[in-house]
Design a protein around this ligand. Sequence first.
Ligand code: ZN
Length: 607
Amino acid sequence: MATRHTASCVLLAATLLMTDAPAVFAQAPEPIRYTLSFPAAHTHYAEVTATVPTGAQPVAELMMAVWTPGSYMVREYSRNVEAVTAAAPDGRALAVEKSEKNRWRVTTGGAPSITVKYRVYGREMSVRTNWIEAGFALINGAPTFITLADRTPRAHELVISPAATWAKSLTGLPEMTGGPHRYRAPDFDTLADSPIVLGNPAVYEFTVDNKKHFLVNEGEGGVFDGPRAAKDLEAMVREHHRMWGSLPYDKYLFLNLLTEAGGGLEHKNSTVLMGSRWLTRTRRAYVTWLELASHEYFHVWNVKRLRPVELGPFDYENEVHTRSLWIVEGVTDYYGDLAVHRAGLGSREEFLDSLSAKIEELQTTPGRTVQSVELASFDAWIKYYRPDENSLNTSISYYTKGAVAAFLLDAKIRKLTSGTRSLDDVMRAAYGKFAGTKGYTADEFRVVAEQVAGTSLKPFWDAAVTGTQELDYTEALDVFGLRFRSVSAPADGGRAYLGASTRNDSGRLLVTQIRRDTPAAEAGLNVDDEILAIGDYRVRADRLENRLEQYRPGDRVTLLVARREQLLRLNLTFGAEPARSWRLEVHPSAQDGQQSARQKWLSAGKA
Ligand SMILES: [Zn+2]
């Protein structure tokens, strides 16, 4: 995706198609030709027919991806595939043998092409899977299209027969001549990277830099404010265009599914967003949605074209590990929020709130001293995407720490260069050097940052990227004239701190998480324990917070808990609530230089 095929290659292929250049295509491998139909969408099924060239080989090995780039977890998409059959051009049935969990081996009998048919069940509401129902469908490439396992570069053509009541198909795929709903991906990567929304969504169009952009809203329901969202997305697109200097695609689609689900997934010329139809009704929810859209859109550059060397060409059948997801996701998260502010769509305070929330999440996660952000990146497949009750003690989100590291690095570069350069310059320089070619190694990205900064950044990298030291915010606060809001310690010492998270399970007070090095951990409280009483007084599930206010740090109590139906008494000494504030605010006595540095940062020099 961001790997072997640059945007200009896609453009070239489309141009050749339009001008009908047989000399080129005579040498190109035969395309795989799919039809996708929905004769019973209300049962959540799509039917796929694929005409697959075999090169007259006796066996055709077919495969389905097990994961989708951008979402680093093996999803086993083939579990939703059924009734796979194959036939020769004369209609003769061919033997199909399942050869791997995600592969099928067809005995071709020397047929030059085979027709493979199968059904796909789609009822998982996420940005990386399929959802098919009577009203609409979201089709993703990886969980839908079986292709040749040898992955010889070849075009993948698609003709869609939407359900009878569906008028539209929306996708980033290049269109093919001959009627509506006909598309031609120059390669499998493009097919896998181009989700499709089918149905009757509301579509809003705007143009930036002569490129058409579409906001596709499925499920507005008379509630979501589509025109306002489209207008604001246009401002956001213009800001990213200003930062990067060009728009590296022909068209771009925001596929916005208002299905009361959540998430976003980036693609080369589209994104799938999921949210609530109510989110334009409240300010915070709307800003959060704009930040999500901005994050996914920033990926147009950062990861879909400027990518870690490991993220391409993709092995769709195995995990792909990289130490640079903190750059891919963390830097993107930093700029996602920053661009919303720079575009004039959110206030300074809203931006500082978003950044503060990331700092607070990092600084209150014990795993920050255990796992570096590089290792968090590498282990995304087994940790970030597979969290459990102990994750906060052992790991850190590369989104969160990556964004905070980006903030500190941005400030550091501005300081080292007396405000003449910034992280913006690092990203542009890295893009110029690596986009569309081979990708960067972790070291190469650091070297680009050092070239922009004009000095070694090894101490910063050792502390913030490869190490697990506590981050130092002093410099960044000083550069931008910010401070953390002060909190005064309560006169009575504050309320008692336990260090455990709980949930109310139909009136039972169950422990869900135990933080490392807290009174709960020291006392031997366990996840899944039911807390029955504190100090011999019954504590109801909805009264824990109130009860903790009755005690002070240092008070000793017994906890009565039930563990697998056995009653246990645990001796516990309450601690003090961590009192430190991580809310950023403008320092009231900031100097002129700090104010102008902050201005320049927040407005990108526009103001
Ligand atoms: Zn992302």
